[in-house]
Design a protein around this ligand. Structure first.
Ligand SMILES: C[S@@+](CC[C@H](N)C(=O)[O-])C[C@H]1O[C@@H](n2cnc3c(N)ncnc32)[C@H](O)[C@@H]1O
Length: 222
């Protein structure tokens, strides 16, 4: 599977064009449900200010808002962000609870502080400066706050290009590779979770498969 990924050509085009085309080309890509690992991990945290990186159509940020977090989602696709805003509005969540921003995270900057930053499958077949984005945003995490990174640890078997991690997007990291890429100062950050979790999923063709996710939760100590 990974051999095929490595030999397949990388999709062309700027990241914004690739993702906009992907979202605009269909009515809805994702299920609308939050990622189960995020729900599991975040449920034990005290709600505060949350930032979701690569929020897609907004399900994770909307779930966070429903749990009492003041959530901001950022995604490069304006279509995905419009869908996220519409879904939040339909659920009666105003901008003070669920806010969505269309921006490229490689240049987007925030002056705000966050108690939680999440990145669920912030992986891409086209260019994505993922470690730089995560490191830069981690600076905005308040003392006692958390960074949760959930990634495909291997390509889903039905992935069209076997590329969701992609050459530009950092591949399919193990938890150890994720931690190495972040390269955090361990006097500043405590590793709370660094493990692979399996979950059952159903692909677009209806076939079920067990998918491995790399799950990393870090807590800022100072
Ligand atoms: C695999 S999807 C995951 C979406 C969502 N987090 C989820 O779990 O369903 C990756 C998302 O990252 C976004 N993305 C990719 N590169 C980005 C960038 N440079 N800046 C902001 N968002 C980006 C894509 O538009 C896409 O929505």
């Amino acid at each position: 599977m990974l051999d095929r990924m490595q030999t397949e050509p990388r999709p062309e085009g700027a990241p914004v064009d690739f993702w906009e085309e992907r979202y605009a080309g269909t009515t809805r890509i994702w299920s609308g449900s939050p990622n189960s690992t995020l729900v599991d991990v975040v449920s034990s945290l005290e709600p505060g200010r949350a930032l979701d990186l690569g929020c897609g159509e907004g399900a994770d940020a909307i779930w966070l808002a429903q749990q009492g977090w003041k959530a901001t989602g950022v995604d490069i696709s304006a279509t995905a962000v419009a869908r996220a805003r519409a879904a939040a509005s339909d659920l009666g969540l105003d901008e003070s609870r669920a806010r969505f921003v269309a921006a490229d995270l490689s240049t987007w900057q925030s002056e705000d502080a966050y108690d939680l930053v999440t990145a669920s499958f912030l992986q891409s077949p086209v260019a994505l400066s993922r470690p730089e984005i995560l490191r830069s945003v981690a600076d905005r995490i308040a003392q006692g706050g958390h960074l949760l990174v959930i990634s495909h640890a291997a390509a889903p078997p039905w992935s069209r290009h076997h590329h969701e991690g992609g050459h530009g997007g950092g591949g399919f990291p193990t938890p150890a590779e994720e931690l190495a890429g972040l390269d955090f100062d361990d006097t500043e950050w405590a590793t709370v979770i660094a493990e692979v979790r399996s979950r059952e999923a159903v692909g677009p063709d209806g076939h079920e498969a067990a998918l491995d996710d790399s799950v990393v939760l870090l807590r800022r100590m100072r």
